[in-house]
Design a protein around this ligand. Structure first.
Ligand code: NAD
Length: 355
């Protein structure tokens, strides 16, 4: 299969980690007879330096023309004093909205080899964790009408959702659960919020098209508690924008290693943008110490969700697990005083294990 991938390394460690993900994609292409063509684009601080803006129309257009986008991270102290609209992070918002990405996937995976990094007791996490948070990304309170009245002494943010917006994210969650352990937990606040009552009704209606997937509902306060009490009960969590923002951060912190977690932002067709959840880590940029695994696992998600290459995605994820179980660590996940290898060596070791 031939695929065109827009590659946006960005700033800080972005180029270091994206290089390793491309190395792994090249190995997949070779091992499974695919052809991946890369279109390298600038976004974030490096785009400000080159073009004066964090995201140009041309970059967005070229990203649109690709089959999917792989992104490193943007931002850094060099651009911190710029006004809001000119900040590197604006590139992310521009890409997400310009590409119409409404569904954010944040897997929280705890490998048993890294169980020590988990802040929860081992009897709570057991044999490792694998929870997928599916967050609605373009609706809800973050995008509602907002303002001040009464001479600025009262403020409001409107939360609204349409049935169509809920229906499309629910379908994504059920489709994903079908490829996993077949369980969806829908999280809302239906005892208080009208948007949540519409959310619950709509998710239930969608579930009728997926009789093979089990649906349960939780209020968001209970869900945040259950995530630390018994996280292994969850397979796929689907929720609206603000609840998803909070719960996905909570879920990822349970795994304890920011350099390990990938993410995907999707729309109704197969297009997606894939990126690690961490930032550009300017403190370690260009030193060959960043952990490339989050970006490599983001590339695996691209294979799975945009290119329907499940075998290939499995191969990448297995290669990561095998490198970890062979004791290979980057500095951030090495035990105190333990041995570690550099960014590029970790990329080599993972690529080498793809068969
Ligand atoms: P950060 O995620 O970049 O770094 C937090 C800490 O984690 C740092 O100590 C860093 O060294 C470490 N870290 C992060 N990723 C790592 C990796 N792959 N391997 C090893 N260690 C890693 O968050 P921050 O320091 O708050 O932000 C730095 C810059 O990144 C800021 O300009 C911020 O705006 C930007 N940022 C960008 C994104 C994005 O592009 N999606 C997300 C968050 C922050």
């Amino acid at each position: 299969m031939k695929k065109r991938i827009a590659v946006i390394p960005g700033d800080g460690i972005g180029p270091d980690i994206v290089r390793e993900a491309v190395k792994v994609l090249d190995k997949v292409a070779k091992a499974y007879s695919h052809e991946f063509e890369y279109d390298y684009l600038l976004a974030g601080g490096c785009s400000i330096d080159e073009y004066g803006v964090p995201l140009t129309d041309e970059t967005l257009d070229r990203a649109k023309k690709a089959d999917s986008t792989l992104l490193g991270a943007v931002g850094g102290p060099k651009w911190d004093s710029l006004p809001g609209a000119m900040r590197p992070e604006k590139a992310l918002l521009g890409l997400r909205s310009g590409l119409g990405l409404f569904c954010n996937l944040r897997p929280a995976i705890l490998y048993k080899e890294l169980a020590d990094a988990c802040p929860l007791r081992s009897d709570i996490v057991g044999d490792g964790l694998d929870v997928m948070v599916v967050r609605e990304l373009t609706g809800g309170i973050y995008f509602g009408k907002k303002g001040r009245i009464d001479d600025g002494n009262e403020a409001y943010d409107v939360m609204s959702y349409s049935k169509g917006e809920i229906d499309r994210i629910a379908r994504k969650a059920f489709e994903i659960a079908r490829r996993r352990r077949g369980k969806v937990t829908s999280v809302d606040k239906a005892n208080v919020l009208e948007t949540s009552r519409l959310w619950r009704e709509t998710v239930k209606a969608v579930s009728e098209d997926y009789p093979d997937v089990e649906l349960s509902n939780l209020y968001v306060d209970n869900a945040s508690m259950q995530l630390v009490r018994n996280p292994a009960q969850f397979d796929v969590i689907v929720t609206e924008n603000m609840f998803g923002d909070i719960l996905s951060d909570e879920a990822s912190m349970i795994t304890g290693s920011i350099g390990m977690l990938p993410s995907a932002s999707l729309r109704t067709d197969s297009y997606g943008m894939y990126e690690p959840i961490h930032g550009s880590a300017p403190d370690i940029a260009g030193q060959d110490v960043a952990n490339p695994i989050a970006t490599i696992l983001s590339a695996a998600m691209m294979l799975r969700y945009s290119f329907s290459m499940a075998r290939e995605a499995d191969a990448v994820e297995k290669a990561v697990a095998s490198a970890l179980s062979d004791g290979l660590r980057t500095k951030d996940i090495a035990s105190e005083g333990g041995a570690w290898i550099g960014t590029s060596a970790m990329g080599d070791e993972i690529a080498r294990r793809i068969v």
